[in-house]
Design a binder for this molecule. Structure first.
Ligand SMILES: [Cu+2]
Length: 150
């Protein structure tokens, strides 16, 4: 009989089985901080390709999220920037998947988003929270950012 505990190393190995890992052990990745402010993101505009762990730090006074998703291949940074500024991104212009981190004021999200960045990709960062139903989404107040992989 196979116990759950005996399968754990195999499961962990599967989770971290990416090309940039060395067989010796520790995964090799870059750590990048996404800072949430009231109401903007502070994050590098460009990053190099490679496995990247995004950390989310809320330096604001209200709850924030970061939705991180990739624009479709071939989209220009100019068009992506315009779509973000309008906070209106058609489904066909972005991948159907994405990741979200949420952090309370003054806190850092416990989880991180790990992404294998590839040269030429464009990523969107968006916060769609509102402070009240009658108020605009944070994205409309400036909480959008475009990240280019170069
Ligand atoms: Cu927000």
């Amino acid at each position: 009989m196979l116990h759950a505990a005996s399968r754990l190393p195999c499961l962990l190995l599967g989770l971290f089985a990416v090309p940039s890992l060395s067989c010796a052990g520790a995964p090799s990745f870059r750590e990048v901080d996404i800072h949430a402010l009231d109401y903007a993101f502070r994050v590098p505009a460009t990053l190099p390709p490679g496995l990247t762990a995004f950390r989310f730090i809320n330096e604001g006074r209200v709850l924030h999220e970061v939705q991180l998703f990739r624009f479709r291949a071939g989209m220009s940074a100019e068009v992506a920037g315009k779509l973000l500024a309008r906070d209106s991104i058609p489904d066909q212009d972005a991948d159907p998947w994405g990741s979200v981190l949420i952090a309370s004021p003054g806190q850092t999200a416990v989880a991180q988003i790990m992404v294998p960045l590839v040269h030429g990709e464009l990523y969107a960062l968006v916060c769609e929270f509102r402070n009240a139903d009658s108020l605009p989404k944070h994205a409309k107040m400036g909480m959008v950012a475009l990240l280019r992989v170069e």
